[in-house]
Design a binder for this molecule. Structure first.
Ligand SMILES: [Zn+2]
Length: 198
């Protein structure tokens, strides 16, 4: 494509175009907004990105992303240690936290089992989950995985791996729509699904 901007700006547009929900067109529009509002947006954003890049790390315990390890949730003594919620990714964890109804801790798998995409159990944080249920004071593991084929397969596999431990295994009730990603649900639906877990 013929370019009317220098290589730095083209690079910015290219990177922005890769963000979820954006394509080349929106990437250009976002870039233009940033460039026009250098002091209010471009510089603060660049600083926020640099700070996040320098400090972000996965929590060694639960797999969440935070600026400290253990993360704020794992380090919070007021969170119920006996409840462990298993989620697909950090987006699902954030959605559950936004709903404000869960006061236990999390375990982020980092994806779902998928024969199609070649994701096997060793790719996911399943062994560390099994370890946690043995060493931490966990009484209940809540499987909060999406109601998709991969989500159900993963939930089944995780339950199987935990079958030798003494923990109670529950799943979110299906107020969660079939095919539903936790990320996209409103807070009320999440709260109801948590209360009605089985
Ligand atoms: Zn953590």
């Amino acid at each position: 494509m013929a370019s009317s901007a220098g290589p730095e700006i083209e690079r910015l547009i290219q990177l922005l175009s890769r963000l979820p929900g954006l394509g080349p067109r929106s990437g250009r529009r976002v870039a233009l907004t940033l460039l026009k509002r250098k002091d209010q947006l471009l510089i603060p954003l660049a600083e926020a990105l640099a700070a996040a890049a320098a400090t972000m790390r996965p929590c060694g315990r639960c797999g969440a992303l935070d600026t400290r390890d253990p993360c704020q949730i794992c380090a919070d003594p007021s969170r119920d240690q006996s409840l462990l919620m298993v989620v697909e990714d950090v987006g699902a964890l954030w959605a559950m936290e936004r709903s404000g109804v869960f006061r236990g801790r999390y375990h982020v798998l980092g994806g779902l089992l998928s024969a199609l995409d070649g994701v096997g159990p060793d790719t996911l944080r399943i062994s560390s989950l099994v370890e946690r249920t043995h060493s931490d004071a966990v009484r209940e593991v809540i499987l909060a995985l999406p109601a998709t084929v991969d989500g159900l397969t993963t939930a089944h596999y995780v339950a199987e791996r935990l079958s030798s431990s003494t923990v109670v295994i529950t799943s979110l009730a299906r107020g969660v729509p079939v095919g539903g990603e936790l990320d996209w649900l409103d807070d009320g639906t999440i709260a109801q699904a948590l209360r009605a877990r089985r």
